[in-house]
Design a protein around this ligand. Sequence first.
Ligand SMILES: [Zn+2]
Length: 308
Amino acid sequence: MEKSPYKDYYYILGVSQDATTQEIQEAYNDLYQKYGPHVTLGGLDPDSQIKAFRDLSEAYEVLMDPEKRREYDKNCAPHLQKGDLRALWTKFTGVGGGPKEEKKPKAVDTDQEIEVTLKEAVKGCTRQVRLEEPKPCDSCQGLKPVQRMQCPNCRGLGYTMSERIEEVELPAGLYEKAEVRKPALGKYDLQANARGDLILRVKLRPHQFLGVLGRDITLTVPVTVYEAVLGAEIEVPTATGKVIMKIQPLTQPGRVYRLKGLGLGGADQLVTVEVVLPQRLSDEEKRLFMRLQELSGNANPREAMFRP
Ligand SMILES: [Zn+2]
């Protein structure tokens, strides 16, 4: 392999002069994967690619070998030429400024549970979300690791914890475990030097009377025997207030009425009728019930159970 004594191998690999062999290895792997001879790079003449790749291999070979590296540092470092290589790499990679593209790890998303009432789930709401996140230390940023160790502000961690309150809008039509994603509002990720997404997972706060079945809201409503028999218009609670619903005459206990669109996200509210009998009867009431029994002809609803 032909060697030019004036090539800046550190520059080619995009590493600093005190890079460890591991850093060099990683830089090489990264560049090889992106720009190696097996990669087709559009708009670049193959000769330049081969030449650039040859430089890369050369740089890697020399810097990975402690003996050769020492020799190189001693003889070549003062004479390094960056100009041509920069131009070549820019052409090669399409990115100006050097061969090593800043490889940005994606910031980690923040998952947080958020409890909402049924009313908020149906109508949407605004919430303040408290986020405790690391923040690069103001005092020791940019210092060398050794100096950072002594930083009294962060005790050498390089970051401090800080609190951020974020006001977020939750849309209408939420349901249990619904996921609301707010891009780049998550906790600060030190490694990525950016914020990931904030993912809010909905948890529905239990309601005194209303239940939830999938996206339907459920309600068991007591009615009197008279309402069940004669029919009635009754007021029932909903997620957002109340509505008047009609009980048909002769509604059997357990009958379910479906109130369209009053559930979560446009689903329904299911109202189960529960018939409540009187707790006690006056003599007059008792007489009237007995009269009703007579008038009914003493029909036996269990008859079918005993047919031969
Ligand atoms: Zn510090």
